[in-house]
Ligand binder design. Structure first.
Ligand code: GLY
Length: 652
């Protein structure tokens, strides 16, 4: 087994890598003459990775814009646009590049949702590359498994490789092999480790649930010798470069089918990797994925789910994601309040505004818990859940100035979906709450033709199950494929539950073979009332993704902020039906980012909320000004958000 972190030995090779991949800022650092082999050398990081004020803020472009949570990912997308690629080509390049430079968040071991708006036809659609449960998965497979999200049983059949290949085949301009080049060069020749790359694994933690330490190989890659890597150190991932080359040469099937004659052995690394039975925990459990599960995996092209907020049209990701339905519910329930009007006590950040936002989130998350899941398997009333009459009724449950005690109730939207049905009361069954995680990444792209991509991609938790795909060769050496396996299946209800409204049905998000676990990912686009695309945006953050999208939408529509102001502003999130602490029991939490003043936190506590803190999400967005066609980008300093607009100003 080899670990792939190395010091920067050969400036001349790095100069080549920098010129090809990393861009002018790093190329300038890469002409330092001959260094003796083995001498560690730090390089200067891209400016945005150091939290410097972004030079691009507020600038308009016409040849395309990428907004990505990592500077190298942004550079990969910009290069592909400069080579004549469209937004779809750039998005695929970014997704692969992020697997190298932000591997803890997303990559080919996982899946995601790519929303595409095609300028020529005006069509907006999504490509669903969400992971699936293997055929051997059972409803009870997580019961009694300790730390299930660190076990092989949590690994879903990965979707990104076929999802991105489908996107390119249907909507791209460039071949897969070309689009993969920036990622291959980054993995092979290295990149200067960013503060987030080196800071995400807690190398001093002795916690048994430290994901980055779940397997020796992963620990050694992210914390070689148990030490954190210094920011700026050049890091490679040669095994991943080799994996990418196999895909570039033989196509997506090389990932999904074992074909030793061609050298396609990635499937063996996935199937054997997901048998991981965490040795630290008694009762660990490997996964049941087979070669047949991998071969059978197919992405799906799905229509968007859409609705309106104050006249603006919002398109987002429907089932198996809960993203669109929950975002639209929260917003629609708030439409009757004059959120933008400070003279009535509302306005950005006022307690009155935060109170009704929190209550609306709680109601929507109650419906999400009971009704949302993979609609290929569960009966999800997608029209009823966002029907205006239904949401008007639901909104009446929000009382400004009051905090609902206990858990917010769900309701039965089916009469708004199918005429003549009667709403049923909720039965007394328990369903698991939403999951939280810190993996996942979101980026947005617009090209010079006006095609737009909004793409959220994930391996679920940071570092997934903390295991690289790979297998032991007969000679005892380890064949490492260099990418992390997801733990997406713990997005299912890990404790099975009967459906609370449909007698005889299982929970909408219970595990079923071949089903996709419910997601919160919400790649979103906002359109003008006359249907012009204005904005592509989204966020990581588990269930809080939904609330990040809600915050940004309201900041723009209600509070009339600029795009960068909307992203920078403090966010509120409630990711479940509870928001209080009662009788010594925590029923839920209102997260208020510490960008809010302390007085706001105190006032929300005084109202009765259980208030927590912490960052909420990382939003990357592109905006098109419909009258002029000018393009803008904005990104999030909660991670290493970077915007590159084209044509590049001199010196960038
Ligand atoms: N892994 C994050 C989500 O699907 O919601």
């Amino acid at each position: 087994m080899t670990h792939s972190h190395r010091t920067w030995h050969r400036p001349s090779r790095l100069a080549l890598a920098a010129a090809l991949v990393i861009g002018p800022w790093l190329a300038a650092q890469a002409d330092g003459g001959d260094e003796p082999l083995g001498v560690e050398r730090a390089v200067t990081l891209p400016a945005q990775a150091k939290g410097n004020p972004p030079a691009w803020a507020g600038k308009a472009f016409r040849q395309g814009v990428v907004a990505v949570a990592n500077p190298y990912g942004a550079e990969a997308g910009a290069q592909v646009l400069e080579q004549g690629g469209n937004a779809i080509d750039a998005a695929v390049a970014i997704a692969y590049a992020l697997n190298v430079v932000e591997p803890q968040s997303a990559g080919i071991g996982g899946g995601g949702f790519m929303m595409i708006h095609l300028a020529a036809s005006g069509q907006t659609l999504t490509i669903d590359s969400r992971e699936k449960a293997p055929a051997g998965a059972t409803r009870n497979m997580f019961v009694g498994v300790p730390n299930a999200s660190l076990q092989g049983v949590a690994v879903g059949v990965p979707g990104m490789v076929r999802g991105t290949a489908l996107a390119l085949q249907r909507f791209g301009r460039l071949p897969l092999a070309q689009v993969l080049q920036p990622a291959i060069a980054l993995a092979d020749q290295g990149f200067a480790a960013t503060p987030r790359f080196v800071g995400s694994p807690n190398c001093t933690s002795t916690s048994a649930t430290n994901r980055a330490f779940n397997s020796p190989l992963v620990k050694d890659y992210f914390c070689p010798g148990g030490q954190a890597i210094a920011a700026g150190t050049v890091v490679t991932n040669k095994p991943l470069a080799e994996t990418f080359r196999l895909i570039a040469t033989h196509g997506a099937d090389c990932f999904y089918k074992l074909d030793i004659a061609k050298g396609c052995d990635i499937a063996q690394g996935i199937v054997e990797g997901q048998t991981w039975n965490r040795p630290q925990a008694a009762g660990g459990k490997g996964g049941s994925m087979t070669y047949a599960d991998l071969e059978a995996y197919q992405p799906a092209i799905r229509p968007v789910v859409e609705g309106t907020y104050r006249g603006y049209r919002i398109k987002s990701m429907g089932p198996p994601s809960s993203g669109a339905l929950t975002v639209l519910q929260i917003l629609k329930q708030l439409e009757r309040f004059p959120i933008g009007d400070a003279s009535q006590g509302y306005g950005f950040g006022s307690v009155k505004t935060l109170n009704v936002m929190a209550e609306s989130m709680r109601l929507a998350f109650a419906d999400r818990r009971d009704w949302m899941g993979d609609a290929d398997f569960a009966s999800v009333p997608t029209r009823g859940l966002i029907d205006e009459r239904y949401l008007t009724q639901r909104s009446l449950l929000i009382q400004p100035g009051a905090v609902r005690p206990g858990l917010a109730p769900s309701s039965d939207p089916r009469p708004f979906e199918v005429a003549g049905l009667q709403a049923q009361p909720m039965r007394n069954v328990a369903l698991a709450g939403p999951s939280m995680e810190n993996g996942t990444t979101h980026f947005s792209v617009v090209d010079k033709w006006g095609n737009v991509v909004s793409y959220t991609n994930t391996i679920e938790s940071g570092y997934g199950i903390g295991v690289f795909a790979g297998y032991a060769r007969p000679d005892g050496s380890f064949r490492n494929h260099g990418f992390l396996l997801n733990n997406e299946l713990t997005d299912f209800n890990t404790t099975p539950a009967d459906h609370p409204y449909i007698v005889g049905a299982i929970g909408a998000n219970d595990v079923v073979a071949d089903k996709r676990p419910r997601s919160s990912m919400a790649p979103t686009m906002l359109f003008s009332p006359d249907g012009q695309p204005l904005l592509a945006y989204g966020s990581p953050g588990g269930a809080t993704i939904i609330n990040s999208v809600v915050n940004i939408t309201m900041n723009l529509v209600d509070h009339r902020m600029t795009l960068q102001e909307a992203i920078d502003a403090a966010r509120i999130s409630v990711a479940g039906p509870g928001a209080t602490r009662e009788g010594g029991v925590t029923l839920g939490t209102v997260t208020l980012e510490n960008r809010f003043p302390a007085a706001t936190v105190d006032a929300m506590r005084a109202l009765g909320y259980n208030v927590g803190s912490g960052d909420v999400g990382s939003v990357q967005a592109v905006l098109i000004e419909p009258r002029t066609g000018k393009q803008y980008g904005a990104a999030d300093d909660r991670r290493e958000g970077t915007v590159i607009g084209l044509p590049r100003p001199r010196g960038r």
